[in-house]
Design a protein around this ligand. Structure first.
Ligand code: G4F
Length: 325
């Protein structure tokens, strides 16, 4: 039975990946932070048979301990402070967790391998936020990185550190440059879920407006369930490498609003939307659109869920959740 350790197990991707690995017969371990983490029960209910081990990405000795207990064949480093807006207000903490946390995890994994790097494979959750002020359209693996937020800068550090461990120590360490990926499990602070939840509540008469920031930014949005499969595929390759994972389509926040209100059969979304500078960012990433041709060629990976299907899935799920309250 192969063994996998996932950091960031309480997040959207952690749960989908754990489900995928479970279905493939893995023994799954999750790193969970803090004393009495309120998400402990949720993870155990969602992923039967999972073992949760406490530790923290900022504490390398805790990572060494967790690795020695889990004895993984594969490590998926998904743990991070992942909300971009928060990263300006908490830049130092974001750097410690999202940036230096990657180095801690790589170093703990190297120590765990104890000179036999074939013992374990490593996945780093890199991000399209690293492209920031984009220098090429669409963005590819070799596109120059120009991050626009403390979060983006921290992700660039983690990305290059992963490449450095591969080149310095011969570790099987791969980096997935994932574009935005969403689902009904997305946190409500992110724009897709904020909108799907609000649309559901408007439909049910529980709310009458949505307050947002910049409506012009464009993102390449895919379904998280599709994207975790790409993570797994990367670790099944004979050689480690970096891959862009994206749909190749881009949509503005306005397009997203239109699709979400359409899914709930509410006409004229503009009547319900108000903008507030509170939700504007000090620097914006205006346009993201990825080219995942390499992932298709090498991994045989392609996204399955379209933008419209994704938005409809999220609105329907929020309608069901809000109606049940
Ligand atoms: O949903 P968002 O907060 O996601 P963002 O910043 O693109 O980051 C996500 O994707 C990255 C991959 O590129 C990940 F690395 C990262 O961890 C995260 O998963 O914002 C999307 C866009 C932005 O342009 C933002 O300015 O939506 C715009 N927006 C407009 N109004 C808003 C709002 N975003 C949020 N969260 N809330 C608003 O009210």
């Amino acid at each position: 039975m192969p063994r996998a350790l996932i950091t960031g197990i309480t997040g959207q991707d952690g749960l989908y990946l754990a489900e995928l690995l479970n279905s493939k017969g893995y023994e799954v371990f999750g790193l969970i932070r803090g004393q009495n983490n309120p998400k402990f029960a949720l993870v155990q209910e969602t992923i039967p048979g999972i073992t949760l081990l406490t530790g923290d990405l900022t504490d390398v000795s805790s990572l060494v301990r967790v690795l020695s207990i889990a004895q993984p064949d594969e490590v998926y480093n998904l743990g991070a402070i992942s909300f971009v807006a928060y990263s300006w207000e908490n830049a130092s903490l974001t750097t410690d967790v999202t940036g230096k946390g990657v180095l801690n995890m790589l170093e703990a994994t190297r120590l765990y391998a104890a000179g036999d790097v074939s013992k374990v494979r490593f996945y780093q959750a890199s991000s399209s936020e690293m492209f920031g002020k984009v220098q090429q359209v669409p963005q590819r693996e070799e596109t120059l990185l120009w991050p626009r937020s403390p979060y983006g800068v921290a992700k660039v550090f983690g990305h290059y550190m992963t490449i450095n461990y591969r080149e310095s120590y011969g570790m099987h360490a791969s980096s997935g440059i994932l574009f935005n990926h969403e689902s009904p499990r997305r946190g409500p602070e992110f724009v897709t879920r904020k909108i799907s939840q609000a649309v559901a509540r408007i439909k049910l008469g529980l709310q009458d407006e949505i307050v947002l920031g910049n409506l012009d930014a464009k993102r390449d949005w895919g379904f998280a369930g599709d994207y975790v499969e790409a993570m797994w595929l990367m670790l099944q390759q004979p050689e480690a490498d970096d891959y862009v994972i994206s749909t190749g389509e881009t949509h503005s926040i306005e397009d997203l609003l239109e699709a979400a209100f359409d899914a709930a059969e509410i006409a004229d979304w503009r009547k319900y939307v108000r903008q507030d500078p509170r939700f504007m960012r000090p620097a914006e990433v205006d346009l993201l659109i990825g080219d995942s041709a390499k992932a298709e060629r090498v991994l045989g990976w392609k996204p399955k869920v379209s933008f419209k299907e994704l938005v409809a899935m999220m609105v329907e799920s929020d309608l069901a959740e809000q109606s049940a309250r």
